[in-house]
Design a protein around this ligand. Structure first.
Ligand code: C2E
Ligand code: MG
Ligand code: MG
Ligand code: MG
Length: 285
């Protein structure tokens, strides 16, 4: 290739690269290093039985412990990880870490039903996802029923037919399935019927207006009814106040998750208190 053409190509790109795009490229390459240098962390947020305030499970949420910038939330790097294709490697790492942690909790006698892990739409489009999951379960020794996969409603709707097939295979593996951010992804009721999941998670966008916002209240009520009529259980995300928790309990919502109960935290920071190994909730309904 001629020297000149290389140079002009470079000049073209350097003009096109906005500082934002440049930043994204740099972030993508340092994210690759972060994975290699073990800078990712998993934090766990409790999910509570609204009827008795007891913890039933944890959701695993990834963070990046950056050597200079400190703890970076997933919203700041998941989109870049998705663009660059690194998201699958990250999700695999989080899955294995969460399964290992859950196995440890069980061996310590903690009473938990399962650990929930988020699956990106990229990973969800891998036809062999069930094989990957089976391998991770074998490696960590965790029984499938102790793992729940959270797939967003929008990831399912990218290719609903493929999603139904994959969900069926995952279900056959014995893991639990939840639809995350439900209410934001335009799935039809017919789809929901064929998806055969165990749980719906009501997006926190509908919870924040409770109990006063009439539309949020109506939508939340309908999703709870829909879930129960289909034989699914239902979790409310982003529960911050006792009033929200009380409304949800009154409407028959099964579980709640949110800062009002507990923030996501490192496994080592979780404060297990009483003999049943559930830990103290700040909201009492
Ligand atoms: P999500 O799966 O819907 O997770 C719930 C998010 O809501 C978490 O944010 C959690 O910290 C936050 N949250 C919980 N309770 C409250 C509350 O009371 N109020 C408010 N305002 N927020 C609350 P986080 O940890 O920043 O994660 C954001 C999103 O990033 C997650 O949304 C999930 O879609 C994605 N994510 C996190 N970890 C992973 C991962 O390991 N893999 C993939 N693919 N995505 C992940
Ligand atoms: Mg989730
Ligand atoms: Mg969610
Ligand atoms: Mg959400």
């Amino acid at each position: 290739k001629a020297k000149g053409s290389g140079r002009s190509t470079y000049a073209f790109y350097s003009q096109e690269l906005t500082s934002q795009a440049q930043q994204r490229l740099e972030l993508a390459s340092s994210l690759r290093q972060a994975l290699e240098q073990q800078q990712l962390r998993v934090h766990y947020q409790g999910i509570y039985d609204l009827s008795n305030g007891r913890i039933v499970s944890f959701e695993a949420l990834v963070r990046w412990l950056h050597p200079e910038q400190g703890l970076i939330p997933p919203a700041a790097f998941i989109p870049i990880a998705e663009e660059s294709g690194m998201i699958s490697a990250i999700d695999h790492w989080v899955l294995e870490e969460a399964c290992r942690q859950m196995q440890l909790w069980l061996s310590q006698g903690k009473v938990l039903r399962f650990v929930s892990v988020n699956i990106s739409s990229r990973l969800f489009s891998h036809a062999d996802l069930d094989q990957h999951i089976a391998r991770i379960l074998r490696r960590t020794g965790l029984e499938p029923r102790y793992l729940e996969l959270e797939i967003t409603e929008s990831a399912v709707m990218e290719d609903p037919d493929a999603a139904s097939v994959l969900l069926a295979r995952l279900r056959a593996l014995g893991v639990r399935l939840a639809i995350d951010d439900f209410g934001t992804g335009y799935s039809s009721l017919l789809r929901l019927k064929s998806m055969k999941v165990h749980k719906l998670k009501i997006d926190q966008g509908f919870i924040s207006g409770l109990p006063d916002d009439q539309e949020d209240a109506a939508i939340t009520r309908s999703v709870i009814g829909l879930a129960h009529n289909l034989g699914l259980c239902v979790v409310a995300e982003g529960v911050e106040t006792a009033e929200q928790a009380a409304f949800l309990l009154q409407e028959g919502c099964d579980f709640g998750q949110g800062y009002g109960f507990a923030r996501p935290q490192a496994a080592s920071d979780i404060d297990w208190c009483d003999s049943t190994m559930s830990y103290g909730q700040r909201i009492t309904v």
